[in-house]
Design a protein around this ligand. Structure first.
Ligand SMILES: [Zn+2]
Ligand SMILES: [Zn+2]
Length: 160
């Protein structure tokens, strides 16, 4: 499946030190359950989208990279650790959750299912709570100040 409805995608890490733009259509979006992806993302699986022939540009710092195998490097923010890339000789994929609008990138296939955790398929059946349903935590939430980079690039600063 090709996502060709949006020519420009943006995203970055949690702290905002690493930001990217992708111009052109993204290619396959997937989740990978393999043990390598679990470790690289510190997560149950890795949601990734291949950039295909689109052009990827790092607009601030470049990610740091860890060579996880003889074939693959994994990019992450050197400042905050957000997992960002899967880089193989046949192409680059970006972490879907790192995009400013991750809802626009819909996974269409699961890879590495031999590594799928036994409870992964039952996640949607778990009880669900909205963050604000925990009334005891509301004062804590009200006082919380986020240091996460917003899901858009900073406004250009005007010289005064
Ligand atoms: Zn960061
Ligand atoms: Zn994997």
């Amino acid at each position: 499946m090709t996502l060709d409805n949006r020519p420009l995608f943006k995203g970055g890490c949690q702290c905002g030190a690493v930001r990217f733009t992708v111009e052109g259509a993204l290619s396959d979006a997937s989740v990978c359950h393999c043990r390598m992806c679990q470790k690289a993302f510190g997560n149950l699986f890795a949601p990734l989208v291949s950039i295909g022939q689109a052009s990827l540009r790092w607009t601030k710092a470049e990610p740091a990279r860890f060579r996880s195998s003889s074939h693959v490097e994994r990019g992450f923010c050197p400042a905050c650790g957000t997992p960002l890339t899967y880089e193989a000789p046949d192409g680059v994929a970006l972490a879907i959750g790192a995009f400013d609008d991750p809802a626009a990138i819909v996974p269409t296939i699961q890879f590495g299912v031999e590594g799928k955790l036994p409870y992964a398929d039952s996640l949607p059946t778990l009880p669900m709570r909205d963050t604000t349903q925990d009334h005891a935590a509301l004062p804590w939430l009200a006082a919380l100040e986020s240091y996460q980079h917003p899901d858009h690039d900073a406004e250009p600063t005007r010289s005064s």
